[in-house]
Design a protein around this ligand. Structure first.
Ligand code: 3PG
Length: 217
């Protein structure tokens, strides 16, 4: 359960908060709080901080402590140890790029919502056997894109996806139009150069633009 104060019970609640889960790589922990506030100001109350930099855990701590209105997740979680560290730092949900047996066990016992990544139908079936019905589809564009997800929705309609990897403002609506896509993930709201320049107004502007990502027919 998230510490964020939001009414979040499972991963489907988080997937429904906004059309996009911003995937953010934080280099400088000083940027963590202003960028999280910038996303909230732009109407995107969710964030995935990737565990790819030394600043990531501190960023999670600061956002969890100072921006209670955002649902904060940890991304690029590769194993249960990293997942535990992220949750200890304040992550209210956990995102993984793939699924391993140890991560599947961790998810089964976890007290926080998880969004594990899959890219094949067999991985999807393994997840479903564990009762997991909200999945990241990663790397979305490289692994088959929207046509792949449309095809998977036939035999496995009960799974809802957050495609991530190669998503842009240009192709996001094509995913969001699918019945088995709740949201997309992407880094375009918080590019490295924008964060390095401290241009949080630009983050808010990009977040506001996601309102136009209404599903297309
Ligand atoms: C990543 O791997 O960093 C995330 O999946 C985001 O991918 P993107 O940079 O293509 O949006």
């Amino acid at each position: 359960m998230s510490d964020s104060g939001r009414d979040i019970h499972d991963i489907h609640d988080i997937m429904g908060l906004a059309p996009v889960i911003p995937v953010v790589t934080v280099e400088d922990p000083e940027t963590a709080v202003p960028l999280a506030r910038a996303l909230v100001d732009g109407g995107v109350p969710t964030i995935e901080v990737t565990l790819r930099t030394p600043a990531a855990l501190e960023a999670l701590r600061r956002i969890a402590a100072e921006v209670p209105e955002i649902a904060i997740g940890a991304g690029t979680v590769l194993d249960p140890r990293q997942a535990d560290r992220a949750v200890d730092a304040g992550a209210g949900f956990v995102v993984t790029p793939g699924l391993t047996p140890s991560l599947l066990r961790w998810i089964g016992e976890a007290e926080v919502p998880c969004l594990p990544g899959v890219s094949t139908v067999s991985q999807l079936m393994e997840a479903l056997e564990q009762g997991i019905t909200g999945l990241k589809f990663f790397p979305a564009e490289a692994a088959g894109g929207a046509p792949y997800l449309r095809a998977v929705g036939g035999p496995v309609p009960e799974v809802t996806f957050c495609p991530t990897g190669g998503i842009t403002p240009s192709n996001a609506s094509g995913y969001l139009a699918l019945g088995n896509v709740a949201c997309v993930g992407g880094s375009w709201l918080t590019p490295r150069e924008v964060l390095a320049a401290g241009d949080f107004a630009e983050v808010t502007r990009r977040a506001r633009e996601t309102r136009q990502l209404a599903p297309t027919a």
